[in-house]
Design a protein around this ligand. Structure first.
Ligand code: FRU
Length: 398
């Protein structure tokens, strides 16, 4: 469990679910109306809390009646409010959202009339008490100072920055942080037509920063330090609610990096959790579905044969195999051409060399760590999946 400080905005969301999104001048009747506390940082911290972390929110709040609802929401989401800044002038930020039942897409109208967290307020926080700082890329007039001062106190703790929209001066912060998470909105507004183009461009100015760019149903691009830009596809799903999917992705990415996964693994796992989010309404109990069903039992496995299975009907297929007395689990995806390892034929196992072979172009992977040691994607790796085995030998996805 890590202590995480999130700095950004919290808002009250009013969510109207509609059959189809109205055109200008049209009237439609909503199917349902719900209120929820939202805002990217608030949502990201809520998911991080569900992933087992101890989270504190640093945002501004007003003193109107709606602010009470917001504070109640933080409590329910188990976020520490010790670093909130209260403004007597101004109103609670609110967002009015129509959620299209057909495709889960959301359309948002924001109302903002509240100052954002000041530099002076932020400077009083003992940031070195946290293991990770995550900033929303907004409030740029104060952000430069905040990141600067944080860096003077932090020794090893990473700083991540979400870049959702273009904001004046934000580019000067790109080489100041450890992880940048771009959304396609930023990329499009800057004239890039995909994440490959954006990240290749950013790499020049921020060579020591890990880069990620999410692009809805077109998947995710990412580049580790000194590595080429890579891409993974989005999971094919029928979304029912995409509100907060990006926030969920960011939370899962931070979580898996804290757990020492490679950037490649963390992006893949974050992609899976974001897809899970799109298949459910809201952000509550996000992990429940993933946690409850055993994937298999250890008795079904052997050291000489793989089992290709799924955690649940919506989950991506995975490959399980015994390695000594332990079990290894990988996504059933060959990094060479992003096809299932058993696309052409079954997955060959060499129990003496302790390798498995992709049936399409004969790439050999070490069972121990998924590394490709021979074949067309040498040095690339299968994406490992985080599993646990209970006393009955039932295997669960973490
Ligand atoms: C979802 C969200 C909503 C909020 C809006 C703010 O990502 O954080 O909760 O209304 O985006 O941009």
């Amino acid at each position: 469990m890590a202590k995480i400080l999130g700095i950004g905005n919290a808002v009250l969301d009013t969510i109207l679910t509609v059959k189809t999104h109205p055109k200008e001048d049209q009237e439609v009747r909503a199917l349902s109306k719900t209120f929820s506390t939202g805002g990217n940082i608030n949502n990201t911290l809520y998911v991080l809390n569900q992933l087992g972390h101890d989270c504190a929110i640093c945002c501004s709040v007003a003193t109107d009646l709606e602010a009470k609802q917001l504070l109640k929401g933080f409590k329910e989401r188990k976020l520490s409010t010790a670093h909130i800044q209260t403004f007597i002038q101004g109103k609670t930020p609110s967002s009015f959202i129509t959620l299209n039942q057909k495709n889960g897409h959301r359309t948002i109208v924001h109302y903002r009339e509240l100052p954002e967290v000041t530099f002076e307020h932020f400077a009083k926080i003992t940031v070195e008490a946290f293991d990770w700082l995550h900033f929303e890329g907004r409030n740029t007039e104060n952000l430069t100072g905040m990141i600067n001062i944080a860096k003077t106190f932090l020794t090893h703790q990473p700083i991540s920055l979400e870049v959702e929209k273009p904001r004046k001066g934000i580019e000067s912060l790109f080489n100041q942080v450890h992880l940048l998470i771009f959304s396609h909105h930023y990329a499009c507004e800057k004239g890039f037509s995909n994440g490959q183009e954006l990240l290749t461009h950013i790499q020049k100015d921020a060579p020591n920063t890990r880069l990620v760019c999410t692009w809805g149903d077109q998947g995710v691009w990412f580049a580790d330090i000194n590595q080429r830009v890579q891409h993974i596809k989005a999971e094919k799903i029928h979304p029912i609610d995409t509100l907060g999917a990006g926030d969920t992705f960011n939370a899962a990415l931070i979580h898996y990096l804290i757990q020492q996964n490679s950037l490649n693994e963390a992006v893949n796992k974050a992609n899976t959790l974001a897809a899970q989010k799109c298949k459910q309404q809201g952000l509550d109990n996000l992990l429940q579905k993933i946690h409850t069903q055993p994937i298999a039992n250890i008795k079904q496995l052997s050291n000489a044969k793989t089992l290709v299975t799924k955690a649940n009907e919506d989950a991506p297929p995975m490959v399980l195999i015994k390695h000594g007395d332990s079990v290894k689990a990988y996504q059933n995806n060959c990094p060479h051409q992003n096809v299932p390892l058993n696309e052409a034929y079954k997955i060959d196992v060499n129990p003496f060399e302790k390798t498995i072979k992709c049936s399409v172009h004969d790439a050999f992977f070490k069972i121990e760590n998924g590394e490709c040691i021979e074949g067309p994607c040498r040095n690339e790796s299968l994406v490992s999946m985080d599993i646990r085995i209970d006393e009955q030998g039932d295997i669960y996805l973490n």
